[in-house]
Write a protein that binds this ligand. Structure first.
Ligand code: FAD
Length: 543
């Protein structure tokens, strides 16, 4: 019988182990997990901190006893693999508290070791009130710290999704919370304009945000900011500055490691055909970027673990790559991302087209309809979808998943016009938000429609246009673009003589729809006209 050894007993590791057993009753399957728990949901940890998930035990999905009983898998906790001996096909393990090194044979080895938290080089970072929030042990350590020191203010270093989830849950617990992010905005994979809604939501919920800044020094009850030496109260500091794949064991064994993670073939085989690697520690192909990248997310890790087991069992499987589909709750908002932001595409030298729409998440006449902002980037010429970002109070999860599916199926924005999606008033609209993305993007792609983006709006640029605000006088009175004249959409046909069709014209409304109607009216009357993408909402909320 085959001897299968797995290093790491959480996301990818346990998926590989259980799939292996489902496919091969005769294999000997052994899992070594360095930590005190296997098969637990680290994704739930921020919510367990505030007791939204009431009982920590709920995070431990299964025990070693369960795996032995149901799957006949041996799971050794507190047991680290310290060396891989490829010549003899053995791993060397050491159990916590014991000096003895055991050697265990393998025919096939699967690495699913995850990542290490990046520890920024900050003076004072090694004090015991500086913690990470990544494992169940971290959660317990934070609880102990809270009991011993009774902290009142927490500074979170880093503005990624774990930071935002931690911030929300710490505010629920009435802590003063600051987030320090060295970039221009939280959740760096997003475009800055989309992140502005998150900034507003964080501030609305009492989170202090320090952007474009870092922490220079950590003291007992405050941190000192790098930019201006300002002191921020913090008697607990959470490091959430990103992760780096655990590659040292693989490197020591002579396996090929790329710029970031362990290199794998499309069926998760490393440079040694008897060793597979999966999850946060590997580099896989990014379907948009076309380059190897690390995607440290639960879905890819679990699917890759399963796929490695399939391949070992002789199935002709291939991992298709990632688009980095991510979702995160930020207080009352949800933000989602799949593929690349416009900024990321530009960094790769691409010049995508993109549109921003703000459709309601369900029929506007049904109570509690909330707008979703959806920004969609696509390839010039083909319309291939390259990236979607969505933020709103409701319905974001559905749209981001439909769009992520469309992207992985290689669909274009033209296909989105045709998607037949479910509709009843409490759930969606007859023209769903995803269809709206398709309509607006396809108009642009086909050259039926011209727009400018919020980033093209500046005082200098505006003076080159005749600017027409087609909202109502009441809306106009609440604020408008400089030089704008107000011709409400219902009056435009009658008052078209008030504007000059020899001057380039910019039309706009609040979210883009009435501006688009005005675009149609004016373009058919010979105007050289553009509409403001996403309307004034995109300019105002996008900062
Ligand atoms: P891990 O699950 O990290 O498991 C690796 C295991 O290997 C660890 O337990 C480690 O102790 C063990 N190990 C390492 N080296 C050795 C060794 N030498 N010997 C023995 N054992 C070893 N993803 C999402 O998609 N959505 C979310 O909402 C989400 N939320 C998250 C929230 C938090 C707080 C955290 C920390 C992560 C979150 N993730 C989320 C990410 C997700 O948990 C990971 O992508 C996933 O767990 C990766 O699985 P993995 O098997 O690669 O690594």
């Amino acid at each position: 019988s085959k001897k299968i050894v797995i290093i790491g007993g959480v996301g990818g590791g346990m998926s590989a182990a259980t799939r292996m057993r489902r496919l091969d009753e005769s294999a000997t399957i052994t899992v070594f997990e360095k930590g005190p728990y296997a098969s637990y949901a680290n994704c739930g940890i921020p919510y367990a901190l505030s007791k939204v998930i009431r009982d920590d035990a709920a995070l431990v999905l299964h025990t070693p006893e369960y795996f032995k009983e149901v799957f006949n898998i041996d799971v050794y906790l507190n047991t680290e693999v310290v060396e891989i001996d490829r010549i003899n096909e053995q791993v060397c393990t050491r159990t916590a508290g014991e000096a003895e090194i055991r050697r265990v044979d393998y025919d096939k080895l699967i690495l699913s070791q995850g990542t290490d938290a990046i520890r920024p080089q900050i003076t004072g970072v090694d004090q015991n009130h500086v913690v990470t929030l990544r494992t169940l042990s971290d959660l317990q350590a934070i609880r102990t710290l809270m009991l011993q020191r009774c902290p009142t203010d927490v500074c979170i270093i880093g503005g990624g999704y774990i930071s935002l989830e931690a911030a929300e849950n710490l505010r629920k617990m009435k802590f003063g919370v600051s987030i320090v992010e060295q970039g221009t905005h939280v959740l760096p994979p997003l475009d800055a304009d989309i992140a502005q809604a998150l900034h507003a939501e964080l501030k609305r919920n009492g989170v202090r945000l320090f952007l474009n800044d870092t922490v220079r020094r950590i003291e007992k009850s405050y941190v000192v900011m790098a930019r201006n030496g300002r002191e921020i109260p913090a008697d607990m500091v959470i490091l959430a500055a990103g992760v780096t794949p655990k590659t040292s064991l693989a490197k020591l064994a002579g396996l090929e490691v790329g710029k970031q993670g362990v290199k794998v073939e499309s069926h998760m085989e490393t440079s040694d055909e008897d060793i597979y690697a999966v999850g946060d520690m590997v580099e896989t192909k990014h379907m948009i970027q076309k380059q190897p990248c690390v995607v440290a997310l639960g879905g890819p890790a679990n699917r890759q673990g399963r796929l490695a087991a399939d391949h070992i069992a002789g199935k002709p499987v291939h991992y298709r790559g990632n688009i980095g589909t991510t979702i995160c709750q930020v207080f009352d908002l949800t933000v989602g991302l799949a593929g690349l932001s416009v900024a990321a595409l530009r960094r790769l030298g691409q010049e995508p087209l993109w549109v921003t729409v703000h459709p309601p998440h369900h029929a506007s006449y049904y109570p509690d309809a909330h707008p979703i902002t959806i920004k969609t980037a696509f390839e010039r010429g083909t319309g291939r979808i390259l990236g979607v970002q969505a933020v709103g109070m409701a319905g974001v999860d559905k749209r981001i998943d439909v769009l992520a599916t469309a992207m992985q199926a290689g669909m274009t924005v033209l296909d989105l016009e045709h998607l037949e999606l479910s509709y009843a008033p409490p759930y969606g609209s007859a023209k769903d938000a995803v269809n709206m993305v398709g309509f607006v993007s396809s108009n642009l792609l086909r050259g039926d429609y011209k727009l400018v983006h919020a980033e093209d709006i500046s005082v200098e640029n505006l003076s080159a246009w005749q600017v027409v605000d087609v909202r109502s006088p009441d809306e106009f009175a609440t604020g408008h673009l400089p030089h704008a004249i107000n011709l409400p959409i219902g009056t435009l046909r009658d008052r078209v003589s008030k504007i000059d069709n020899s001057i380039p014209t910019l039309v706009y409304c609040s979210v883009g729809y009435r501006g688009y109607l005005a675009y149609r009216i004016l373009s058919q009357r010979g105007f050289n006209v553009v509409n403001l993408d996403g309307g004034l909402k995109t300019v105002v909320e996008g900062g």
